[in-house]
Design a binder for this molecule. Sequence first.
Ligand SMILES: [Zn+2]
Length: 750
Amino acid sequence: MHKTKKFLLLTIVLFVFSTLIQGAIKQRVIPIIPKPVKVEVTKGTFKFTGQTKIWMSEQSEELQKLGGLIAERINRSTGWKIISAVGTTRKIPRSLVLIQFKKDFLPNEAYSLEIKPRKITIAAGSGAGIFYAIQSLFQLMPVDASKNNFSVPCATIEDSPRFKWRGVHLDVCRHMFPVEFIKKYIDILAMYKMNTFHWHLTEDQGWRIEIKKYPKLTEIGAWRKDSLSENNKYGGFYTQDQIREVVAYANERYINIVPEIEMPGHSLAALASYPELSCSGGPFEVGSSWGVVEDVYCAGNDKAFEFLQNVLTEVMDLFPSQYIHIGGDEVPKDRWKNCPKCQARIKAEGLKDESQLQSYFIQRIEKFLNSKGKKIIGWDEILEGGLAPNAAVMSWRGIDGGIAAAKAKHNVVMSPSTHCYFDHYQGLSGEPLAIGGYTPIEKVYSYEPVPDVLNEEEAKYIIGAQANVWTEYIATTDHVEYMLLPRMLALSEVVWSPKILRNYSDFSKRIEKHYDILLSKKINFRIPPPIPESGEYLLTGHKPIELNRPIKYSKIYYTLDGSEPNEKSKSYTRPIKIFKSTFLKAKTILKNGKASGTASLIISVVDTSVNGLNYKYYEGDWNVLPNFDSLTAVKSGRIKKLSLSEIKAREDYFGIMLDGFLKIENPGDYTFYLTSDDGSKLLINNNELINNDGLHGSKEVNAKINLNTGKCPIKIFFFEKIGDQNLKLEYESPGITRRLIPASMFFFNN
Ligand SMILES: [Zn+2]
């Protein structure tokens, strides 16, 4: 009796003790990105020493190289001379990293990583799996690893990717980037287990790949007029030797390079070199402005096909990739309509129109590539006029093309511009010039590549997703890195980690270490400013304003007078007390002086019981503003400030009617600026003042009106069909420079 009781007590003590330990272990963040399928944190750490051995389970050149990666990494940080070798001796070292091929490992890129106090075991069925285990291990190492602190936490990790196409693209045509940078780019992709590099090599504005049979492609096609460059020309190209070097470099990092040779459109650089391949015969100049060019390859001219086949033959010789990207996007049909050869082709082939001629073009190229054992992938426009029998589709104009292709049993890579275009803005203020759009890291993280409408069978055709980095407005390598990072880390988790494990707040904790890793590797990235939003912040009462510190070792500087903050401005140490409406500007500055953009915010002191607007929210598919009064609202309510984000609208196909009163304190001429994407209207005193209706991108219309002191009725109508959305109302009045209408001027009631 007595004994049993004691035993029970001991069990309870042990239980409590082990729960405490487990609690403590669970608190430890394993900062691996993308998040592994399964992580079990265990007790203790593995400490690397000068005596640590790296053993391969078998004699293999590939394993030897992979083991070498670990040894090299340790030796670089510590000055030790650790070697990697095949482990044959019977005496097992006290500190061992064991790397094993295990043939039964499925799928191909899966791995396991077991870290115990005296032994790390890496196992996988392929070199790729081992490589990914090593990337995970590297992420666990201290960023400032040295002889004294070189340890990693104990854990057991089992991991494999969700998708097999984990892509990142780079446009080297709008701006050219050197081979050394392409290698660095590949390194960045590899760190985060991305396995596909889509190299966009030909464009209207430049042909970037040496083709031996057609030297003019690079003598002429690689250079465009540019008044800002030396000798008034801009360009460059990669020689075939350089391309082989890059392909081999990527191969060692388990990255497949998919080359893109654009056709039939985006081919002005080729046509400038060989104008006889066009419908009109030219002459042409290599493009020096952005946009869609009307001149394309002549689909009625067999010489154009012969040319492309010869080009592709050299391309296939350089790139081992199973897929060759043939572009196919944004092909205007005007030249084909007016070309006798193209019209003759339509007749001879029994085609219905120029859309089918585009389809004929792609199918003819596909047949050629298929005959060489290759597959084609193209932008979703290749669906027009009928999809080539074996083609894969890269869905960029939203997801509809991808859905249609998957339903037709074609492989699909999702890359919708809404979530995957990394030439879009990442922040709301303080960002360098971008092409447009707003794709912050949270939005990338929220992306789900498999659309709900697909059934299980159809979903299998979604083979992955990809980020695209178009470089019209990105001229330097630093800027490319800025646009890529840290967004690519979010995408890596979208394409690698199980859907069920995706959790943004957990990701935000893990990413902190990666800022340090990127800094240590001299890779540029966007430093988040300390204010996450732009526009207007409503202050009710006198609650102090808290700023974010996204990076631990950073400092935050701010101003309240509209001036640009710098290291001489006020340093943020505690929440800021604000008593009247004002401007807040702030930036994050790292130890090395590297700074975020300046974020600015209007602080409006309001009384939320009276300040704001009434809204009604509608859903529907319109091309112009409907008569909202004749429709039934899905919901209605009050918003505290004029902002779309205040109303939880769906992404597309909705409309909003806002009404209330605008308080005018000083009489005089008021100019209003109404910006929207898509259509909008502004009514003041129940009269239409601004009509900004119709389907369009972000567009501003302004108008002036004389207003008296008092509260005047205001109404705003807005609708959104698809794509980006935006609604903004600014004003200018006697003594007030142009700015957003602050929430303190809006009232629900008269
Ligand atoms: Zn033609």
